[in-house]
Design a protein around this ligand. Structure first.
Ligand code: HEM
Length: 153
């Protein structure tokens, strides 16, 4: 059963972290290089909206599978290793950052785009970009903790 949870866990991790890598290192620079704000900002708002919906679904998988693996070890009388607790703690911060983006910044960007307020939309997108970079760094840290943490077990 753990293998199935781990599989679902990886599907969620790959979707979330891989999507952030694509958005930050490929989509954003390409859009900046080829499109003017009236084309670029609606594209980015729409693309991010689709990505955030996928991340929302991934979060359910991520937490569901992670907590199931925790339950597996505590249910059989074991104690979760420090690396698991660290992984969950960093993931909790990442989840809060994501919720801030999705509930505050992205709606702000969408309204600015709908009103053709390009400077406001660009400012909201820049705030999203900075938090995505933060979550990307935390995501790689979590992967390091999860995998290299095995050395300490
Ligand atoms: C973005 C956030 C997360 C990332 C990048 C991440 C990454 C990983 C990776 C790479 C593994 C495989 C470790 C290995 O097999 O060596 C793993 C396993 C695991 N994760 Fe996460 N994880 C995240 C969030 C969570 C959350 C929220 C929980 C719990 C609530 C959790 C609990 C676990 C558990 C229990 C395992 C099994 C560890 C093992 O078998 O050694 N993870 N995770």
């Amino acid at each position: 059963m753990t293998e199935l949870w781990l599989f679902l866990h990886f599907v969620a991790v790959v979707t979330w972290i891989g999507g952030m890598v694509f958005a930050h290192f490929c989509l954003r620079p390409a859009a900046l290089a080829t499109l003017q704000p009236p084309q670029r900002l609606p594209l980015m708002a729409a693309a991010l909206g689709r990505f955030f919906a996928l991340v929302g679904a991934s979060l359910v998988l991520l937490w569901g599978s992670g907590l199931a693996m925790f339950a597996g070890i505590t249910g059989s009388g074991g104690k979760p290793p420090l690396s698991w607790n660290l992984m969950a703690a960093i993931a909790a911060v990442m989840t809060l950052v994501f919720l801030w983006i999705v509930l505050r910044l992205h709606p702000r960007m969408r309204s600015a785009v709908a009103a053709c307020g390009w400077p406001n939309a660009a400012a909201a997108l820049d705030a999203i970009r900075r938090l995505v970079v933060l979550n990307l760094a935390l995501g790689f840290l979590t992967i390091a903790v999860a995998t290299l943490g095995r050395l300490a077990n």
